[in-house]
Design a protein around this ligand. Sequence first.
Ligand code: M6R
Length: 371
Amino acid sequence: EKGGFETFMRKEINEQPGAVADTLRGRIDETGQIVLDEVRMSDQDFRDIDKVFIIACGTSYHAGLVTKYAIEHWTRIPCEVELASEFRYRDPVLDRSTLVVAISQSGETMDTLMAVRHAKDQKARVLSISNTVGSTIPRESDAVLYTRAGIEVAVASTKAFLTQLAACYLVGLHLAQVRGIKYADEVSAVLDELVAAPGKIAKVIENLEPVREMARQCAALGTDRVLFIGRHVGYPVALEGALKLKELAYLHAEGFAAGELKHGPISLIEDGTPVIAIVPSPRGRSLLHDKIISNIQEVKARGAKVIAICEEGDRITAAHADFVFETPASPTLLSPLLTAVPLQEFAAELATALGRDIDQPRNLAKSVTVE
Ligand code: M6R
């Protein structure tokens, strides 16, 4: 049942191109309009939304963080993202024109379910994004968009994460389309890119051996901490890379917004500390690119060993980092679909080299149905 792979996690990493393609299938029509047929909300309901609140836990929360950048850019609707366990115990400002997006692979996470109920009590509309048909969170939501990742067995979320991103992009683009589009050309270009994403994810997966080699080296060197830095959508990817490594390898791993380094975390860097930098495309938003290059220089000056995840052909990054892993070119907002993959593999390989059970890490359950 592991399809020739040694673990479910490896199998699921490899299933990602197909899973993302399945999630997109049938949801973009011939005219480029997004069709969300399982969503029981009218176009007018979507037009009435004046605020979006995304609630989730763990990896699903990271998908939400990425989505904030996309929704605010494409729709100009304010979007907040919050951990469900925090949201449920405070007094958020919500009403009928708030769209609460609950992201949960299992659809059974207790904190997320309680946050959904909390939102509904205040009359907000709830749209859930889930991988589990008929689970509790979708049943209690006004609308549902199912990811079609297939069953995810490994505790560490991989294909569920990528399909959540795909579903979240669809929701963001749908909101942009129904509300009259300020960035019409950009939205249609992004749709084309979204359709091309599975092929690019497959290309990333084919070329992961250098990442595995790097992970084995870290294990052999007895690395006890790994830091991840990113900016913009690279920041949630950094958080996700760190979560994978904590969860699987039981190492101290932390993700930071690269701009925060000098506000504290840079003091963690010692000679040889691995720092994984998620580097944005050098095209277009080159300001962001310049900024992360200076962050790479800052950490290197303190002895860090920098592993950069960057776009193919990015010579500037190659000149500064100790090791680069290149991903195919992609619009910045969609880049997490590609940049998260080497971090999954890095964590899986490092943990395997340390003898961990990557499908069933200690102390963790696949579905967290208690507080
Ligand atoms: O089923 P959910 O998406 O609600 O689960 C949320 C988290 O428990 C989950 O993403 C967890 O963080 C993963 N094990 C991370 O790999």
